[in-house]
Design a binder for this molecule. Structure first.
Ligand SMILES: Cc1cc2nc3c(=O)[nH]c(=O)nc-3n(C[C@H](O)[C@H](O)[C@H](O)COP(=O)(O)OP(=O)(O)OC[C@H]3O[C@@H](n4cnc5c(N)ncnc54)[C@H](O)[C@@H]3O)c2cc1C
Length: 404
């Protein structure tokens, strides 16, 4: 238990405000409402009126066949909070003024008595020239939709490519997002989606200085490597990208790779509005929070999910930027929001990764459940069931327990 300190009292009792309705924010808002039995007023703010199922945005094949209809990747916030007193406010956060306990939105001001900052993460380009301008990304729904449409168009146009040439897609970043995306592009039936005569794509996965799926158990990496090879994905390791231009990518050994489309999956950092906060920051501008997820020096202010920089107190390992960790952190943060509100002691966060599964296309996946390796179709099925269960729970207004 951490020491208690009161949230400064306020005259007309502003609400507990949650910024961001992603995996962390949705869970914080639901759990504060549930734990306080609706006695704490909660306002959740997001630029979108929907919760985006971000963990499913690598599905560019399905997105391309869905055209403009992305309903399968979102859940309306109005539906999630339908049977609660939580207020949903749409707006983009421009500035968080911790001293004045006010958030500036493009749609006005929002005062708060306690605050949970759950604004997720954005692509980190590490100063690589051209990456932000010329590479696609799948970190946001709009980006994933654009990529899906671009691949469909490139595949359509492939029927008039000279000789044996086929469309080439470069995925930069060999973590789970890049790996899932490479497998998805390589195994999607583009003939059915784009044109019966469309040519099968050549997919390259560039892992940079890091190995493929860094941090995953070696047996899982080997499995993933075999499944990717079977799907025709070429893996290039050990070379960082130094420049991205339309139609080509430069590597640090001077080689140049031609690309019909490049996708940046090489890393994440905190959004600018969070980086600008006058608080301790960790890797990628994330907020270096206490083990209670509270922002040091700001009682009642929490940072949760991808936006938080946190180490496991026992192993010293960083808590990963995953939806699974965001959900777990959110439960502790919600408990502590209620505790602060009622002047009670806070609890500390401990993270235990239970399952991790990487989708590898064509009903294949590789991962581990409580460190026991799992792969092939059972792994893919498990991932699908857990993802469906998550979406179903939030559609019903319930707090989902986990994700993988
Ligand atoms: C393709 C892909 C696959 C993934 N697969 C997995 C997986 O299999 N398992 C897993 O555990 N994790 C996975 N992840 C990682 C996971 O999606 C993130 O770790 C997770 O989304 C973090 O949750 P969060 O609540 O911190 O942020 P988010 O879910 O990104 O939510 C942030 C919210 O803040 C809102 N927001 C941001 N800025 C503003 C602003 N200025 N104003 C208003 N609103 C704002 C956004 O609209 C969003 O709703 C994957 C990620 C990607 C991209």
């Amino acid at each position: 238990m951490a020491a208690a300190a009161s949230v400064p009292p306020a005259g007309d009792t502003p609400p507990a405000v949650v910024l961001g309705a992603g995996y962390a924010g949705l869970t914080v808002a639901q759990e504060v409402y549930r734990r306080s039995k609706g006695t704490i007023p909660v306002v959740i703010v997001d630029r979108n009126p929907v919760h985006v199922l971000r963990t499913e945005l690598y599905e560019v094949g399905r997105l391309a066949s869905s055209g403009d209809d992305a309903a399968a990747w979102v859940v309306p916030l109005a539906q999630v909070f339908d049977r609660t007193s939580v207020t949903v406010r749409q707006g983009t956060v421009r500035l968080i003024d911790l001293a004045a306990q006010t958030v500036l939105l493009d749609s006005g001001e929002q005062r708060f008595r306690s605050l949970a900052i759950c604004l997720g993460s954005v692509a980190a380009y590490y100063g690589v020239p051209g990456a932000a301008e010329h590479a696609h990304q799948v970190y946001r729904l709009s980006g994933a939709k654009r990529l899906a449409a671009a691949i469909r168009d490139i595949e359509r146009a492939s029927i008039s490519l000279p000789g044996e040439r086929c469309p080439r897609f470069l995925i930069v970043g060999g973590g789970s997002t890049g790996t899932e995306l490479a497998a998805e592009i390589a195994t999607t039936d583009w003939k059915a989606i784009a044109d019966p005569a469309a040519r099968a794509p050549a997919v390259f996965l560039l892992t940079g200085a890091l190995p493929l799926l860094a941090g995953f158990p070696p047996r899982i990496i080997e499995r993933a490597r075999k499944i990717l090879a079977r799907s025709g994905v070429t893996i290039i390791t050990g070379l960082n990208v130094t420049r991205v231009e339309p139609g080509r990518v430069y590597l640090e050994d001077g080689s140049v790779l031609a690309a019909d489309a490049t996708v940046w999956c090489a890393g994440l950092e905190a959004p600018d509005v969070v980086r600008r906060l006058p608080v301790p920051h960790g890797k990628g501008g994330r907020v270096a929070v206490e083990q209670t997820l509270e922002v040091p020096g700001h009682p009642g202010v929490f940072a949760v999910g991808d936006v938080a920089d946190l180490q496991d107190p026992v192993t010293g390992a960083p808590v990963p930027a995953t939806a699974q960790a965001a959900l777990a952190e959110a439960r502790t943060a919600a408990w502590n929001v209620v505790a602060r509100w009622n002047d009670r002691p806070l609890v500390t966060f401990r993270y235990e990764e239970r399952k991790v599964v990487v989708a590898l296309g064509l009903g294949q996946a590789a991962g581990a459940v409580r460190r026991v390796p799992i792969w092939g179709s059972p792994a893919a099925l498990l991932k699908r069931i857990v993802q469906r269960d998550y979406a179903h729970s939030i559609e019903q207004g319930e707090t989902p327990s986990t994700l993988i």
